[in-house]
Ligand binder design. Structure first.
Ligand code: 5GP
Ligand code: ZN
Length: 136
């Protein structure tokens, strides 16, 4: 299942070249062209799924195993001090390429990567409302 208008389909399947850190039958891991930090990479499935909602459960499990192994290998190789593994779904959440991908972002002490938000306060009212909606 490929989308002929999707750049990540073309990269994941080798039609467009990219700096590849790892490849297997289901995934290609490439360096991000607009890195947040040195070594920023992306785990791309070779099949086209737009986002987390479309990803089959067995494949997403495998994707996170690849992400973990890459984080270990990249931490050793690059000597980073920490690691963010994250994934955006939808424009509002910052997704710009609509082919599922996991960001692998090595972190270095004093770097300027910004993944911060202002912590709010969970009120009893909001807690009850959310629990009712999700748990029932
Ligand atoms: P998103 O914003 O969808 O979570 O992440 C898309 C990521 O893909 C961005 O970090 C962006 O720099 C990267 N990107 C976009 N186009 C290309 C490309 O053609 N090649 C590579 N290697 N990375 C890309
Ligand atoms: Zn695609």
């Amino acid at each position: 299942m490929h989308d002929e208008n999707c750049i990540f389909c073309k990269i994941a399947n080798g039609e467009i070249s990219a700096a590849t850190l790892y490849e297997d039958e289901n995934f290609r891991v490439i360096l991000d062209l607009g890195p947040a930090s040195k070594g920023h990479a992306l785990v791309l499935p070779k099949q086209h799924y737009a986002n987390v909602y479309e990803m089959p459960e067995d494949l997403i499990g495998k994707a996170y195993i690849v992400a973990k192994k890459m984080a270990e290998k990249m931490t050793d190789a690059l000597g980073c001090d920490g690691f963010n593994i994250l994934q955006n779904n939808g424009v509002t959440a910052g997704q710009t390429v609509f082919h599922f991908h996991i960001h692998l972002i090595p972190r270095y002490e004093g770097d300027s990567v910004g993944l911060h938000w202002q912590a709010g306060k969970l009120t009893d009212e909001e807690k009850e409302e959310i629990l009712k909606k999700i748990v029932g």
